[in-house]
Design a protein around this ligand. Structure first.
Ligand code: NAP
Length: 260
Protein backbone atom coordinates (compact mmCIF):
# COMPACT_ATOMS: atom_id res chain seq x y z
CA UNK A 1 0.00 0.00 0.00
CA UNK A 2 1.41 3.40 -0.92
CA UNK A 3 2.01 6.09 1.69
CA UNK A 4 -0.34 8.45 -0.18
CA UNK A 5 -3.12 5.87 0.04
CA UNK A 6 -2.74 5.47 3.81
CA UNK A 7 -2.95 9.24 4.30
CA UNK A 8 -6.06 9.40 2.13
CA UNK A 9 -7.88 6.63 4.02
CA UNK A 10 -6.92 8.05 7.40
CA UNK A 11 -8.25 11.50 6.58
CA UNK A 12 -11.70 10.45 5.31
CA UNK A 13 -14.34 12.27 7.35
CA UNK A 14 -17.14 10.02 8.63
CA UNK A 15 -20.73 11.27 8.61
CA UNK A 16 -22.71 12.14 11.77
CA UNK A 17 -25.80 10.20 10.65
CA UNK A 18 -25.48 6.56 11.78
CA UNK A 19 -26.81 4.90 8.59
CA UNK A 20 -24.53 6.85 6.27
CA UNK A 21 -21.67 6.27 8.68
CA UNK A 22 -22.30 2.52 8.64
CA UNK A 23 -22.17 2.58 4.83
CA UNK A 24 -18.95 4.59 4.87
CA UNK A 25 -17.35 2.21 7.36
CA UNK A 26 -18.36 -0.80 5.27
CA UNK A 27 -16.93 0.85 2.19
CA UNK A 28 -13.65 1.67 3.92
CA UNK A 29 -13.42 -1.86 5.31
CA UNK A 30 -13.73 -3.18 1.74
CA UNK A 31 -11.07 -0.75 0.52
CA UNK A 32 -8.62 -1.80 3.22
CA UNK A 33 -9.37 -5.48 2.56
CA UNK A 34 -8.78 -5.06 -1.16
CA UNK A 35 -5.61 -3.02 -0.65
CA UNK A 36 -4.11 -5.88 1.33
CA UNK A 37 -4.61 -8.11 -1.70
CA UNK A 38 -3.88 -5.76 -4.60
CA UNK A 39 -0.78 -3.79 -5.50
CA UNK A 40 -1.16 -0.02 -5.26
CA UNK A 41 -2.30 1.92 -8.30
CA UNK A 42 -0.30 4.78 -9.73
CA UNK A 43 -3.36 7.07 -9.73
CA UNK A 44 -3.44 10.14 -7.47
CA UNK A 45 -6.93 9.19 -6.37
CA UNK A 46 -6.79 5.52 -5.30
CA UNK A 47 -10.13 5.51 -3.53
CA UNK A 48 -12.20 6.49 -6.54
CA UNK A 49 -10.16 4.24 -8.84
CA UNK A 50 -10.76 1.28 -6.55
CA UNK A 51 -14.43 2.10 -6.35
CA UNK A 52 -14.80 1.97 -10.14
CA UNK A 53 -12.57 -1.05 -10.67
CA UNK A 54 -13.84 -3.31 -7.92
CA UNK A 55 -17.58 -2.58 -8.07
CA UNK A 56 -17.96 -1.47 -4.47
CA UNK A 57 -21.08 0.33 -5.54
CA UNK A 58 -22.70 -3.07 -6.11
CA UNK A 59 -21.97 -3.92 -2.47
CA UNK A 60 -23.50 -0.66 -1.34
CA UNK A 61 -26.56 -1.13 -3.57
CA UNK A 62 -27.37 -4.27 -1.61
CA UNK A 63 -27.61 -2.39 1.65
CA UNK A 64 -31.30 -2.35 2.42
CA UNK A 65 -33.12 -0.94 5.37
CA UNK A 66 -34.72 -3.61 7.54
CA UNK A 67 -38.32 -2.58 6.74
CA UNK A 68 -37.70 -3.44 3.07
CA UNK A 69 -37.23 -7.10 3.97
CA UNK A 70 -40.28 -8.29 5.90
CA UNK A 71 -39.25 -11.95 6.12
CA UNK A 72 -37.94 -14.05 8.96
CA UNK A 73 -34.94 -16.17 8.04
CA UNK A 74 -33.85 -19.46 9.62
CA UNK A 75 -30.64 -21.43 9.23
CA UNK A 76 -30.42 -25.21 9.63
CA UNK A 77 -26.72 -25.73 10.31
CA UNK A 78 -24.67 -22.94 11.89
CA UNK A 79 -21.41 -23.52 9.97
CA UNK A 80 -19.40 -21.58 7.40
CA UNK A 81 -22.04 -21.02 4.71
CA UNK A 82 -24.78 -20.10 7.19
CA UNK A 83 -22.43 -17.62 8.85
CA UNK A 84 -21.34 -16.15 5.52
CA UNK A 85 -24.93 -15.50 4.39
CA UNK A 86 -26.38 -14.72 7.82
CA UNK A 87 -23.67 -12.35 9.03
CA UNK A 88 -23.50 -10.50 5.68
CA UNK A 89 -27.25 -9.92 5.89
CA UNK A 90 -26.84 -8.56 9.39
CA UNK A 91 -23.80 -6.41 8.56
CA UNK A 92 -25.51 -4.92 5.50
CA UNK A 93 -28.62 -4.03 7.51
CA UNK A 94 -30.87 -6.28 5.41
CA UNK A 95 -31.82 -8.31 8.51
CA UNK A 96 -31.94 -7.61 12.23
CA UNK A 97 -31.13 -10.34 14.80
CA UNK A 98 -34.81 -10.58 15.78
CA UNK A 99 -35.63 -11.74 12.22
CA UNK A 100 -33.23 -14.70 12.49
CA UNK A 101 -32.86 -18.10 14.15
CA UNK A 102 -30.28 -20.85 13.74
CA UNK A 103 -30.16 -24.56 14.65
CA UNK A 104 -27.22 -26.92 15.00
CA UNK A 105 -26.46 -30.07 17.01
CA UNK A 106 -23.08 -28.63 18.11
CA UNK A 107 -23.50 -25.94 20.81
CA UNK A 108 -20.00 -24.47 20.23
CA UNK A 109 -21.17 -23.36 16.75
CA UNK A 110 -23.55 -20.91 18.42
CA UNK A 111 -20.95 -18.59 19.96
CA UNK A 112 -20.59 -16.15 17.04
CA UNK A 113 -24.38 -16.17 16.51
CA UNK A 114 -25.05 -15.43 20.17
CA UNK A 115 -22.51 -12.62 20.03
CA UNK A 116 -24.73 -11.08 17.31
CA UNK A 117 -27.86 -11.67 19.42
CA UNK A 118 -29.35 -14.25 17.01
CA UNK A 119 -31.67 -16.87 18.59
CA UNK A 120 -30.22 -20.40 18.64
CA UNK A 121 -31.73 -23.86 19.10
CA UNK A 122 -30.76 -27.50 18.74
CA UNK A 123 -34.18 -28.25 17.19
CA UNK A 124 -34.61 -27.78 13.44
CA UNK A 125 -38.37 -27.79 13.86
CA UNK A 126 -38.18 -24.50 15.80
CA UNK A 127 -36.36 -22.88 12.88
CA UNK A 128 -38.99 -23.98 10.38
CA UNK A 129 -41.87 -22.95 12.67
CA UNK A 130 -40.39 -19.45 13.09
CA UNK A 131 -38.98 -18.57 9.68
CA UNK A 132 -40.45 -17.79 6.25
CA UNK A 133 -37.18 -18.51 4.43
CA UNK A 134 -35.12 -21.46 5.66
CA UNK A 135 -31.55 -21.98 4.51
CA UNK A 136 -30.51 -25.63 4.76
CA UNK A 137 -26.77 -25.45 5.37
CA UNK A 138 -26.11 -28.83 6.99
CA UNK A 139 -23.84 -31.41 5.34
CA UNK A 140 -25.61 -33.21 2.43
CA UNK A 141 -25.22 -36.61 4.11
CA UNK A 142 -27.38 -35.32 7.00
CA UNK A 143 -30.28 -34.28 4.78
CA UNK A 144 -32.44 -37.31 5.63
CA UNK A 145 -31.95 -36.54 9.31
CA UNK A 146 -32.98 -32.92 8.73
CA UNK A 147 -36.19 -34.07 7.03
CA UNK A 148 -37.01 -36.62 9.75
CA UNK A 149 -36.43 -33.95 12.42
CA UNK A 150 -39.24 -31.90 10.79
CA UNK A 151 -41.79 -34.72 11.13
CA UNK A 152 -42.88 -33.28 14.43
CA UNK A 153 -46.43 -32.54 15.66
CA UNK A 154 -45.28 -29.07 16.79
CA UNK A 155 -44.89 -28.08 13.13
CA UNK A 156 -48.23 -27.21 11.59
CA UNK A 157 -48.53 -24.31 9.18
CA UNK A 158 -50.65 -23.37 6.19
CA UNK A 159 -48.35 -20.44 5.41
CA UNK A 160 -46.12 -21.13 2.40
CA UNK A 161 -42.43 -21.21 3.28
CA UNK A 162 -39.31 -21.23 1.17
CA UNK A 163 -36.42 -23.66 1.60
CA UNK A 164 -33.07 -22.65 0.19
CA UNK A 165 -30.73 -25.61 -0.05
CA UNK A 166 -26.94 -25.29 -0.19
CA UNK A 167 -26.57 -29.08 -0.31
CA UNK A 168 -24.17 -30.10 -3.02
CA UNK A 169 -25.66 -32.68 -5.38
CA UNK A 170 -29.32 -32.52 -4.19
CA UNK A 171 -31.56 -31.65 -7.13
CA UNK A 172 -34.58 -29.36 -6.82
CA UNK A 173 -36.81 -32.35 -7.58
CA UNK A 174 -35.25 -34.47 -4.81
CA UNK A 175 -35.57 -31.56 -2.36
CA UNK A 176 -39.21 -30.96 -3.34
CA UNK A 177 -40.10 -34.63 -2.92
CA UNK A 178 -38.56 -34.75 0.54
CA UNK A 179 -40.00 -31.43 1.73
CA UNK A 180 -43.47 -32.12 0.34
CA UNK A 181 -43.52 -35.23 2.53
CA UNK A 182 -43.24 -33.14 5.71
CA UNK A 183 -46.78 -33.39 7.06
CA UNK A 184 -46.68 -30.17 9.10
CA UNK A 185 -46.11 -28.09 5.94
CA UNK A 186 -49.71 -27.89 4.71
CA UNK A 187 -48.74 -25.86 1.64
CA UNK A 188 -45.90 -27.21 -0.50
CA UNK A 189 -42.91 -24.93 0.02
CA UNK A 190 -41.00 -23.08 -2.69
CA UNK A 191 -37.63 -24.76 -3.14
CA UNK A 192 -34.49 -22.96 -4.27
CA UNK A 193 -31.13 -24.59 -4.82
CA UNK A 194 -28.08 -22.42 -4.32
CA UNK A 195 -24.32 -22.86 -4.42
CA UNK A 196 -22.53 -20.16 -2.47
CA UNK A 197 -18.72 -20.00 -2.33
CA UNK A 198 -16.25 -19.17 0.41
CA UNK A 199 -15.57 -15.51 -0.66
CA UNK A 200 -19.12 -14.91 0.63
CA UNK A 201 -17.46 -14.88 4.06
CA UNK A 202 -15.91 -11.49 3.21
CA UNK A 203 -18.90 -10.17 1.26
CA UNK A 204 -17.34 -11.07 -2.11
CA UNK A 205 -19.23 -14.28 -2.85
CA UNK A 206 -20.37 -15.43 -6.27
CA UNK A 207 -23.49 -17.53 -5.72
CA UNK A 208 -25.52 -19.34 -8.33
CA UNK A 209 -29.11 -20.39 -7.84
CA UNK A 210 -31.75 -22.57 -9.47
CA UNK A 211 -35.33 -21.45 -8.96
CA UNK A 212 -38.68 -20.62 -10.47
CA UNK A 213 -38.06 -16.98 -11.41
CA UNK A 214 -41.75 -16.08 -11.14
CA UNK A 215 -42.31 -17.56 -7.67
CA UNK A 216 -42.92 -15.20 -4.76
CA UNK A 217 -39.80 -15.88 -2.69
CA UNK A 218 -37.34 -15.61 -5.58
CA UNK A 219 -36.74 -11.86 -5.25
CA UNK A 220 -36.23 -11.83 -1.46
CA UNK A 221 -33.87 -14.82 -1.65
CA UNK A 222 -31.85 -13.01 -4.32
CA UNK A 223 -31.66 -10.00 -1.99
CA UNK A 224 -30.48 -12.25 0.81
CA UNK A 225 -27.75 -13.87 -1.28
CA UNK A 226 -26.62 -10.58 -2.79
CA UNK A 227 -25.89 -9.28 0.70
CA UNK A 228 -22.78 -11.50 0.59
CA UNK A 229 -21.75 -10.77 -3.00
CA UNK A 230 -23.24 -11.43 -6.41
CA UNK A 231 -25.83 -14.05 -7.34
CA UNK A 232 -26.88 -15.35 -10.76
CA UNK A 233 -29.88 -17.51 -11.64
CA UNK A 234 -28.92 -20.46 -13.84
CA UNK A 235 -30.69 -23.53 -15.18
CA UNK A 236 -30.15 -26.71 -13.20
CA UNK A 237 -28.33 -28.51 -16.01
CA UNK A 238 -25.41 -26.07 -15.45
CA UNK A 239 -25.34 -26.42 -11.66
CA UNK A 240 -22.59 -29.03 -11.37
CA UNK A 241 -20.27 -27.31 -13.85
CA UNK A 242 -20.86 -23.85 -12.36
CA UNK A 243 -20.44 -25.18 -8.79
CA UNK A 244 -17.06 -26.65 -9.69
CA UNK A 245 -15.96 -23.35 -11.24
CA UNK A 246 -17.23 -21.00 -8.54
CA UNK A 247 -16.21 -23.35 -5.72
CA UNK A 248 -12.66 -24.02 -6.92
CA UNK A 249 -12.15 -20.82 -8.92
CA UNK A 250 -10.88 -18.68 -6.03
CA UNK A 251 -8.24 -21.34 -5.22
CA UNK A 252 -6.93 -21.18 -8.81
CA UNK A 253 -6.61 -17.40 -8.55
CA UNK A 254 -4.53 -17.86 -5.38
CA UNK A 255 -2.30 -20.23 -7.37
CA UNK A 256 -1.85 -17.58 -10.07
CA UNK A 257 -0.86 -15.02 -7.41
CA UNK A 258 1.62 -17.47 -5.95
CA UNK A 259 3.27 -18.10 -9.35
CA UNK A 260 3.68 -14.33 -9.87
N1 NAP B 1 -18.12 -24.47 2.20
C1 NAP B 1 -18.35 -24.23 0.90
O1 NAP B 1 -17.57 -23.57 0.19
C2 NAP B 1 -19.64 -24.69 0.28
C3 NAP B 1 -19.95 -24.28 -1.02
C4 NAP B 1 -21.16 -24.68 -1.58
C5 NAP B 1 -22.03 -25.48 -0.86
N2 NAP B 1 -21.70 -25.90 0.39
C6 NAP B 1 -22.65 -26.74 1.10
O2 NAP B 1 -23.17 -25.99 2.18
C7 NAP B 1 -23.47 -26.86 3.27
C8 NAP B 1 -22.79 -26.32 4.52
O3 NAP B 1 -21.40 -26.24 4.28
P1 NAP B 1 -20.47 -25.56 5.36
O4 NAP B 1 -19.17 -25.37 4.73
O5 NAP B 1 -21.17 -24.41 5.98
O6 NAP B 1 -20.38 -26.76 6.44
P2 NAP B 1 -20.01 -26.69 7.98
O7 NAP B 1 -19.18 -25.50 8.27
O8 NAP B 1 -19.51 -28.04 8.35
O9 NAP B 1 -21.44 -26.46 8.72
C9 NAP B 1 -22.46 -27.41 8.70
C10 NAP B 1 -23.11 -27.42 10.08
O10 NAP B 1 -24.31 -28.20 10.02
C11 NAP B 1 -24.38 -28.92 11.24
N3 NAP B 1 -25.30 -30.06 11.14
C12 NAP B 1 -25.01 -31.38 10.94
N4 NAP B 1 -26.14 -32.10 10.95
C13 NAP B 1 -27.16 -31.24 11.17
C14 NAP B 1 -28.56 -31.40 11.30
N5 NAP B 1 -29.16 -32.61 11.19
N6 NAP B 1 -29.31 -30.31 11.55
C15 NAP B 1 -28.75 -29.09 11.65
N7 NAP B 1 -27.41 -28.87 11.53
C16 NAP B 1 -26.63 -29.94 11.28
C17 NAP B 1 -22.96 -29.34 11.46
O11 NAP B 1 -22.80 -29.76 12.80
P3 NAP B 1 -21.66 -30.90 13.10
O12 NAP B 1 -20.35 -30.20 12.87
O13 NAP B 1 -21.90 -31.26 14.52
O14 NAP B 1 -21.89 -32.03 12.14
C18 NAP B 1 -22.22 -28.05 11.15
O15 NAP B 1 -22.14 -27.20 12.29
C19 NAP B 1 -23.00 -28.25 2.86
O16 NAP B 1 -24.13 -28.99 2.44
C20 NAP B 1 -22.06 -28.01 1.71
O17 NAP B 1 -22.13 -29.07 0.78
C21 NAP B 1 -20.53 -25.50 0.98
Amino acid sequence: MSRATVVHVNTVKLAEDSYTRMMQEKYLACVVLRMRQIKPFSSNDPLSLLKRKLHFSSVLRQIKKKDEFPYKVGFIGAGNMAKAIGFSSLDSGLLTPSQMIVSDPTPSQFEPWKARKVATTDENVEVVSFADIILIAAPPQHFDHVISSLQDPRLSTDHQKCFVSTLVGKTVRALEEALNSVTGLKVNPQVIRVTPNTPAMVGAGCSIMVCDETASYTKPVLQLLKASGSCEIISEEWMNACSATSGSGPAYIYLVFRIE
